[in-house]
Design a protein around this ligand. Sequence first.
Ligand code: ATP
Length: 320
Amino acid sequence: MKRIGLLTSGGDAPGMNAAIRAVVRTAIYYGMEVYGIERGYAGLIEDRMEKMEMRTVSDIVHRGGTKLRTARCLEMLTKEGQEQAVATLRRRGIEGLVVIGGDGSFRGAKCLTENYGIPTIGIPGTIDNDLEYTDYTLGFDTAVNTCIEVINKLRDTMNSHERISVVQVMGRHCGDIALYAGITSGAEIIVVPEIPYKMEDVISRIKRSREGGKHSNIIVIAEGVMSAEEFTKQLQSLTKYSVRATNIGHIQRGGSPSMADRMLAAQFGNKAVRLLKDGIGNRVVGIRNNQIIDMDIIEAVSMEKRFNYELYETLQMISL
Ligand code: ATP
């Protein structure tokens, strides 16, 4: 394979730039050309791309966001859109495509592979960590670290006023950001889509912690359940404690990627190009048990994400 395309799609995630760099430089190492496609599948349909060189990807390893920019593109869901995307690839002589994004982006890649025979490799780039086939997605670690920083600050002020802080984190339908941020920041309670909550249990846990000598409480709520504001309203009407809502919002999508995310980016990007170089497509890369793996894209997108109940129980035991 002599010429490949590269795009970032769906929600941006810290580490995407580091992955772009790894893809471009590995490809150049193997004598391949890389075309960087702007704004995800939209740029592919509209034929917006530029050849990337060693220096095009200088000075981005430490930056959040994505140099190629990203977009959600509804046209890619239609046959016409997909045909236009394929026509662009054929016209440009691009033989394989690396897609950095979440499960939606992988579905786009799968469709190019299945219906049009374009070899594609997916790199999991999403803060949500909602893909079952990989232990971690790119951006998750940095996003959780950002949440921890915010929660640390909230704890200071909540302690002083003896308040309860309800902190909303991202993750769409997946509770992993709430789970990991909760357990590593000492939150007493997490509320996630995977586990139905009862307000009376929340209140009795808060009471127990106060009786045990705590002066404040942190409740981390995943956006897939409800907003922090709504939860705060419900809780405030049932308790004498003062409750405050904070939505961390898009802050958790930005920022310089952590070591863990930069390392994943280097390995994922490198692996993706090595696969294409060997003529292997229709795969996604990931990490499992600390090993970089690749897997059939169709199999990967059909796996249902499982929640880590053991970690949840750990939090219940140690955070009171
Ligand atoms: P994140 O998890 O961060 O939101 P994502 O990749 O899951 O990332 P989506 O908005 O679901 O984000 O998908 C990104 C893009 O992938 C869509 O805008 C669309 O262009 C393409 N896409 C999604 N689903 C399909 C599909 N079934 N067929 C073709 N293309 C798709």
